[in-house]
Design a protein around this ligand. Structure first.
Ligand code: NAI
Length: 331
């Protein structure tokens, strides 16, 4: 099947080309983001393959449908950027990669927690400049601390397991109880209790209208003084200004972000020769107790292989008139 890839990077080609040898699809790699302006590039392609910051809204989908596309094969788990109703109106199938490596994201999450707690990002710079002073690098043991995990699906459950391994008390919040998480000794609590009792709060729920700005000024006010907030899920779970205000007042002790509300204008590109015009993002970077990574939590060889394998299987099964079980529907 002919597949138009959008937002393609060299690493996408590497993994997809290798795995496509056994599928034989005809892939066209476009560097452009998918949006209404670029949708005509996909004319005549029955399948398109967008990434997380592509704009797969109704206008884009209308144009894709007019161009003969009937499959949107996402190479991501999240699908909050796709207008599923618009796809359904055109009878278009949307498939995703529901699980590729929860470990990749969970381990990056724990990496942020460890780095922030022990100020490794600051120590790295200091030592390179010949500064071996410890003042300002004081951390806390993770053992015995309370970690609140919001969303205990695939990724959240792995984070809960790793943190339990450090000797943390795990509090969990989800619409469903995950027996594996309960077996760690974790306690399911309502969101208010999780916010009030956690030393570290880490977000692993999807972005939905319900979870939009889950962390805002009002919820920050209910958290422990000096709380650490980690978001490796989707940027808009966190209201950035509330985090900035919380850091300024000292209410929030540390923040680790792999995602950012307005990341679409920044992430996945080398902007080092340009001026960052997003003042809110620039303000975020001024705090010594914040680490921002550019949506790289998924970025392991294991995960990229799994993403390529499942995406291509989704396309092959669609071409054969079969379902993969990875289709997403609105509602
Ligand atoms: P999953 O679907 O296995 O788990 C999500 C969990 O969140 C489910 O248990 C669900 O019941 C729960 N949930 C839904 N609404 C909730 C709410 N209002 N409050 C509390 N819990 C709620 O998804 P998975 O694979 O664990 O991924 C989680 C998120 O991680 C994805 O939605 C995606 O946005 C993000 N992600 C980020 C990546 C990165 O590179 N930074 C890579 C992959 C995923």
């Amino acid at each position: 099947m002919r597949i138009a890839f959008f937002s393609t990077k060299p690493y996408d080609r590497r993994f997809f080309d290798a795995l496509n040898e056994s599928h034989g699809h005809e892939i066209a790699y476009f560097e452009a983001h998918l949006a209404a302006e670029t949708a005509p590039l996909a004319e005549g392609f029955p399948a398109v393959c967008p990434f997380v910051n592509d704009t797969v809204d109704a206008a884009t989908i209308d144009l894709l449908a007019a161009g003969g596309t009937d499959l949107i094969a996402l190479r991501s788990a999240g699908y909050n950027h796709v207008d599923l109703d618009a796809a359904a109106r055109h009878g278009m199938t949307v498939a995703r990669v529901p699980a590729y490596s929860p470990h990749a994201v969970a381990e990056h999450t724990v990496g942020l927690i460890l780095a922030l707690e022990r100020k490794i990002h600051r120590a790295f710079n200091r030592v390179r400049e010949g500064n071996f002073a410890l003042e300002g690098l004081l951390g806390r043991d993770l053992n015995g601390k309370t970690v609140g995990v919001v969303g205990t699906g695939r990724i959240g459950a792995v984070v809960a397991r790793i943190m339990a391994g450090f000797g943390c008390q795990v509090l969990a919040n989800d619409r469903f109880t995950n027996a594996d998480v309960v077996s760690l000794g974790a306690r399911y609590v309502d969101l208010d209790t999780l916010f009030a009792e956690s030393d570290i709060i880490t977000l692993h729920c999807p972005l939905t209208p319900e979870t939009h700005h889950l962390v805002d000024a009002e919820s920050v006010a209910r958290m422990r003084d000096g709380v650490m907030i980690i978001n490796t899920s989707r940027g808009a779970l966190v209201e950035t200004q509330a985090v900035i205000d919380g850091m300024k007042s000292g209410k929030i002790g540390a923040v680790g972000l792999d995602v950012y509300e307005e990341e679409g204008d920044l992430f996945f590109e080398d902007l080092s020769n340009r001026v960052i015009v997003d003042d809110v993002f620039s303000r975020l970077l001024t705090f010594p107790t914040i680490i921002v990574t550019g949506h790289q939590a998924f970025f392991t060889t294991d995960a990229l292989e799994a993403i390529a394998r499942t995406t291509l299987e989704n396309v092959t099964l669609f071409e054969q008139g079969q379902t993969s079980g990875n289709e997403v529907v609105g509602g």
